[in-house]
Design a protein around this ligand. Structure first.
Ligand code: FPP
Ligand code: MG
Length: 298
């Protein structure tokens, strides 16, 4: 039923009656539509569910358009990002159009759904600001990182699952925990892949996060594990363009201290909790979605 969501988004975009927007939207890669999948798996395919999934995906697409401008990212899903193709102004405005149309459509669903989703977008924005601010220095505080990824990524998945549960008349809190855990694990794994994957597979330069100033979980753990000169060296490389030797040094230190495994285990714990919650509810397909998230290659 994912195709019904695609059609609903296309319909919402067509209603804007603007040729430029229609053509720009057509150039955006769709991605995995993970949030829509969750919503459909929890709540089936009645019209209010399809609309909610469409709105959430439009908001998610808007947030990535803005994020690529903020992160100076010239690729998204192995293709040139919209800001790379048409400049920052166009990317920002298409983002604004997608999320404001999404908000308009939320009014046609229900007040409860509208509150749930728009509350998450407030968090999303607060999280992105936190990400930007934290990137100015070398953050070594794990709790702050956890709070930031909750806001930036997990809040919208939590709200997607919660909104779907409301629409399906299911227990909201359990599904929200499932969505939150999935979102946290998703971002942790995204941050890990930035270190373990080569640029070609990743579709963006490897170790880009650290160059951008982001001290994600593996860097926090690595800094904790390193001593003396090595700890100073890691700090000195923060926010710098890394030459091949520096990249290899970081990756070899990660290996030496088992950092990738330690960070992976953190994501795995969250996924296991999500799986157990869904198994208790007999939601096999939701368990499988969670399982697939940690079965990616490292
Ligand atoms: C990706 O993080 C970014 C997000 C998941 C959220 C971005 C949120 C905003 C820009 C807030 C504004 C949004 C709206 C709709 C008002 P990342 O850079 O770590 O991941 P990446 O590797 O996919 O770029
Ligand atoms: Mg980004």
């Amino acid at each position: 039923m994912l195709s019904a969501v695609e059609r609903k988004i296309e319909q919402f975009i067509a209603e804007l009656n603007d040729k430029e927007v229609i053509s720009l939207y057509a150039k955006l890669p769709h991605g995995k539509r993970l949030r829509a999948k969750l919503i459909l798996k929890i709540a089936g395919s009645k019209l209010s569910v399809i609309k909610t999934a469409a709105v959430v995906e439009m908001i998610h697409a808007a947030s990535l358009l803005h994020d690529d401008v903020i992160d100076d990212a010239y690729t998204r899903r192995s293709k040139p990002s919209l800001n790379a193709l048409y400049g920052n102004k166009t990317a920002i405005m298409l983002g604004d159009i997608l999320y404001s149309k999404g908000f308009l459509e939320l009014n046609n669903i229900s007040t409860e759904i509208s509150k749930m989703v728009s509350g998450a977008v407030v968090n999303l924005s607060l999280g992105e600001l936190k990400d930007v601010s934290l990137s100015k220095g070398f953050n070594t505080d794990k709790e702050i990182y956890i709070e930031m990824i909750y806001q930036k990524t997990a809040s919208l998945m939590e709200a997607s699952a919660g909104a779907a549960a409301i629409l399906a008349g299911k227990e909201k809190d359990i599904y929200m925990t499932y969505g939150r855990n999935l979102g946290m694990a998703f971002q942790m794994i995204d941050d890990l892949l930035d270190i373990t994957m080569d640029a070609e597979t990743l579709g963006k330069p490897a170790l880009h996060d650290f160059e951008e100033g982001k001290t994600t979980l593996p860097y926090i753990y690595l800094y904790e594990a390193l001593e003396g000169k090595d700890a100073q060296k890691l700090k000195s490389l923060h926010k710098k363009t890394l030459c091949i030797e520096d990249q290899v040094w970081i990756q070899s230190k990660m290996k030496e201290h088992d950092i990738i495994e330690k960070s992976y285990q953190e994501a795995k714990r969250l996924i296991e909790e999500a799986i157990s919650l869904m198994n208790d509810k007999g939601e096999k397909e939701l368990s499988s979605i969670a399982m697939a998230m940690i079965e990616r290659n490292f």
